[in-house]
Write a protein that binds this ligand. Structure first.
Ligand code: AMP
Length: 189
């Protein structure tokens, strides 16, 4: 299987680029944020729980997120692979993902990090708020908290895959097409 972790701070373009990658490589897109939002919309128990964290820009607890991710992976019969978008966001999630994939005789192929400077992220999220309808995009304090949570809890996940020789950085500044081309290259090489 081709299993890619698309990594990067909020606003880096993970969702947009994932849509292109799944089409090009025939992969399944697993965005934990999208799955939580679908649960909020469907007013499920998981959605209710996730909402209280998401509205503040905090992470949903690891155990809940990991269990949800595993059950989503298992919904697909003989997939070509997955794009993990927004997961893993903590080292504990990365360890759990490795163990889980090993248990189904698979592994992460690569982590690709979309690198974008912080000022640009804030600007992109501010613009996205006008169209996304996401409450966590609309509030500057929540945006700042998401960036801080990324730096404190999520950024160390890069080191986890670097230690395995699986991390590749991609410049996340440029047109959507330019960045897609860089990602294709990073995945194929
Ligand atoms: P995203 O759509 O990736 O920006 O995620 C939106 C929000 O969903 C995050 O701010 C978190 O509250 C929650 N979330 C998404 N993925 C995870 C994850 N892997 N671990 C914990 N919380 C997550």
């Amino acid at each position: 299987m081709l299993n890619i972790v698309l990594f990067g701070p909020p606003g880096a373009g993970k969702g947009t680029q994932s849509e292109r990658l799944i089409e090009h490589f025939g992969l399944v897109h697993l965005s934990t944020g999208d799955i939580f939002r679908a649960n909020i919309k469907g007013e499920t128990e998981l959605g209710l729980l996730a909402k209280s964290y998401m509205d503040q820009g905090n992470l949903v607890p690891d155990e809940v997120t990991i269990n949800m991710l595993k059950s989503e992976v298992m919904k697909h019969e003989s997939p070509k692979g997955f794009i993990f978008d927004g997961f893993p966001r903590t080292t504990a999630q990365a360890e759990a993902l490795d163990a889980f994939l090993a248990s189904i005789n698979s592994s992460i192929t690569k982590m690709i990090g979309l690198e974008v400077a912080e000022d640009e992220l804030r600007e992109r999220l501010r613009k996205r708020a006008e169209v996304s309808g996401r409450p966590d995009d609309a509030n500057p304090e929540v945006i700042q908290n998401r960036i801080n949570v990324y730096k404190n809890e999520t950024a160390p996940v890069k080191g986890f895959y670097e230690a395995q020789g699986k991390y590749t950085a991609v410049n996340g500044i440029g047109s959507i097409d330019e960045i897609t081309a860089r990602l294709y290259k990073a995945i194929e090489e």
